[in-house]
Ligand binder design. Structure first.
Ligand SMILES: Nc1nc2c(ncn2[C@@H]2O[C@H](COP(=O)(O)OP(=O)(O)OP(=O)(O)O)[C@@H](O)[C@H]2O)c(=O)[nH]1
Ligand SMILES: [Mg+2]
Length: 291
């Protein structure tokens, strides 16, 4: 089941909420998600498993990175058995949502499209009703659900409906598994999430994280080395900060997240490096697993 929607509408937040774990990274900045992650939510009692494909926001490509992201979105939408179109209820239905709705019709051919009108915690009742009816008018949309991925409001009926719609069959993943991401990717993304939380303007888009060694000592301490890439010397300077204050702050936040994820003590070694034009380097993007 693929999640389509404009950047920043809350797709990754919704995946985490349904899965009940931090499998996808979230930030206030648009275009946070670069790598496709499958979040897995299994209800063993009911015998259902939802596989939620968290996708980058639909956008106009600008370079090799965004072109790959967009191509991947289109591919995953074509392959989905159920489509979940996420809309920012606070902003209502706009031209971007209509564009995506049209694209879904093209890919659809009998695929159910469920629309989640998100962020209703920010809205009063009449505004929710208006957003719902605008969403219901979108050509591709079969059903609409008002939700808040943040507070969990409205999630239960949405999840129940999605579970009805997924074709029956054997589980694709073991019931305890929460995501398909290899641990290096997940750890790198958790570091990038901390960078995104602490940077602004162009910087979030210019940053990439490359995880190197992950070593566990006999006493259980895990040493992780990672490089944070920026595209220019001045971006590198911002990431390091005055007397290294910024990188220290990022490192502390990231270590906390990594420790929570691994359930172990972590020693994190971060280096900031300039890698000019990495967003245009097809070979590097391959190696980074951005397909
Ligand atoms: N108030 C409120 N904020 C939300 C809700 N869902 C998500 N957000 C916030 O919206 C912002 C974007 O959330 P993401 O989940 O990263 O959005 P996304 O659609 O995955 O964005 P991209 O990966 O960039 O396409 C974050 O600051 C979230 O905390 C919600 O239900 N209510
Ligand atoms: Mg996202």
């Amino acid at each position: 089941m693929g999640l389509a929607g404009r950047p920043n509408v809350g797709k990754s937040t919704l995946v985490n909420a349904i899965v009940g774990a931090h499998v996808a990274i979230v930030s206030e900045r648009p275009q946070t998600t670069r790598r496709v992650v499958r979040g897995v939510a299994t209800n063993t009692e009911a015998g259902t498993q939802l596989v939620l494909v968290d996708l980058p926001g639909v956008q106009r490509p600008r370079d090799a990175l965004t072109e790959r992201m967009q191509r991947r979105v289109e591919h995953e939408i074509r392959d989905s058995e159920v489509l979940l179109l996420v809309i920012n209820g606070q902003e209502g239905v706009g031209p971007g949502d209509r564009f995506i709705s049209k694209a879904l019709i093209g890919a659809k051919e009998g695929t159910p499209v469920i629309c989640a009108v998100n962020k209703i915690d920010r809205l009063r009742e009449p505004a929710v009703a208006a957003a719902l009816s605008a969403a219901a008018e979108l050509e591709a949309v079969d059903e609409v659900f008002p939700i808040s991925a943040k507070t969990g409001a409205g999630l239960e009926p949405l999840i129940a409906r999605l579970a009805e719609l997924v074709p029956e069959g054997p589980f694709m993943y073991p019931p305890e598994q929460r995501s398909d991401a290899p641990s290096e990717m997940l750890l790198g993304e958790l570091i990038r999430e901390q960078v995104l939380r602490r940077t602004r303007d162009e910087l979030p888009h210019a940053v990439e994280v490359d995880v190197g060694e992950i070593e566990e000592r006999a006493d259980g301490l895990v040493t992780i080395t990672a490089q944070i890439w920026a595209e220019t010397e001045s971006q590198k300077g911002i990431l390091i900060g005055a007397k290294g204050a910024k990188i220290k702050e990022i490192g502390t936040g990231a270590r906390r997240e990594l420790e929570r994820e691994l359930g172990k003590q972590v020693h994190l070694e971060l280096k900031v490096r300039v890698r000019k034009h990495w967003r245009r380097d097809e070979g590097l993007l391959d190696r980074l697993g951005i397909e």
